[in-house]
Design a protein around this ligand. Structure first.
Ligand code: KG4
Ligand code: ZN
Length: 334
């Protein structure tokens, strides 16, 4: 064989995923099983349920990825698996399955940091030179980091409370969007994006998070304060419209548009600050710096537009992996 072949396995949260990738970045086979539908019904991830679903699916998913690649298991060069961070019960399933396979096939094991994998995925598609800036925004992640090398990261900011996707999921759940005929199969974030198109983002006067001076001097994020503000608005509207908790508000689209707009502004401002900081300190190139945005929330086109305004104003290039590589997957691990 000309190329080394790596099997990647991911089970850190609610996706059971595997892929076989060669050393030049060709994806030879991939498979994924998403648990989203089950977790939508329970209104959030219940770790033992996630663990059980990973157990039920991991063998099949790995087998599918390997057979799709037409590589026989003995030809693999190594097995790479997410070891952290994530839900302990979920991570454990992938890890024990991989270690068994490693033992059985007598292959080297490569432990993978889930966030590093997200941050580096763009290099499968574009020749991005180090250093570059990365913004990871999903249901479980929220961070801004300078990527100086394959395992050399400078953390510039993180969420002080919950991640933006988690916040969008909570608002969507509070709005009962799962009962909305147009959004019943969508994740919370996607449902908010869909509904926001029909709403007026300025219908409510909502202050962006972290406006006080003491908070503005770093690149951290916060979303839970905003979530409480939205909760209050929803409660108020339920009273006004005389509807029960669990029914769809007639102002749901305005609320969706306002939430999306407010988090887009917040994310864009913090990212702007990180770019200016890095340029001032000569940590990033003045003229051709790159911002990579990844994670489930990065598929939101309104948030991407807000980030585009920031990168255009600072002479940066904005790169987003396609959605299937933005969310959790086996390819990024391999
Ligand atoms: O990366 P991901 O699949 O899983 C992790 O959290 O690691 O991201 C899922 C998150 C969910 O919170 C979901 O609501 C959000 O990404 N999401 C979106 C959109 N699509 C998914 N948020 C905003 N707009 C979207 N279009
Ligand atoms: Zn992830």
């Amino acid at each position: 064989f000309l190329h080394k072949l790596v099997l990647g396995i991911e089970t850190s949260c609610d996706d059971t995923a595997a892929a076989v990738v060669d050393e030049t970045g060709n994806v030879l086979g991939e498979a994924i099983h998403s648990q989203t539908e089950v977790h939508l019904k329970t209104g959030g991830i219940v770790p033992p349920v996630a663990q059980q679903l990973h157990r039920e699916n991991i063998q099949r998913i790995v087998q599918e990825a390997v057979s799709a690649s037409k590589v026989s298991p003995s030809e693999l060069s190594a097995i790479a698996t997410t070891i952290k961070p994530g839900l302990a019960l979920s991570l454990g399933v992938g890890l024990s399955f991989s270690l068994q396979l490693v033992h059985q096939l007598k292959k080297p094991f490569i432990p993978i940091h889930h966030m590093e994998a997200h941050a580096l995925t763009i290099r499968l598609l574009n020749k991005v030179e180090f250093p570059f800036l990365v913004l990871l925004i999903s249901g479980g992640h929220c961070l801004l980091a300078l990527v100086r090398g394959v395992s050399d990261f400078l953390l510039l900011g993180k969420s002080l409370d919950i991640a933006p996707g988690d916040m969008l999921d909570k608002v969507a759940r509070r709005l009962s969007l799962i009962k909305h005929p147009e959004c019943s199969t969508m994740s919370g974030g996607k449902a908010i994006e869909h509904l926001a198109k029909q709403g007026n983002k300025l219908h409510f006067d909502i202050k962006p998070p972290m406006q006080r001076a003491k908070n503005s001097k770093n690149c951290d994020f916060s979303f839970s304060g905003l979530q409480h503000v939205i909760d209050k608005i929803i409660m108020q509207k339920e009273k006004e419209e005389g509807i029960q908790k669990g029914q769809i508000l007639s102002s749901a689209a305005h609320i969706a548009a306002a939430v999306q707009h407010t988090i887009a502004c917040h994310i864009a401002k913090r990212t702007h600050r990180a770019i200016l900081f890095c340029k001032q300190r000569h940590l990033l190139s003045q003229s051709n710096a790159v911002l990579v945005v990844s994670g489930g929330v990065a598929s939101n086109l309104y948030i991407r537009k807000a980030l585009e305004i920031v990168t255009n104003a600072t002479q940066c290039t904005l790169l987003c992996p396609p959605p299937r590589l933005c969310t959790d997957n086996g390819i990024m691990i391999a």
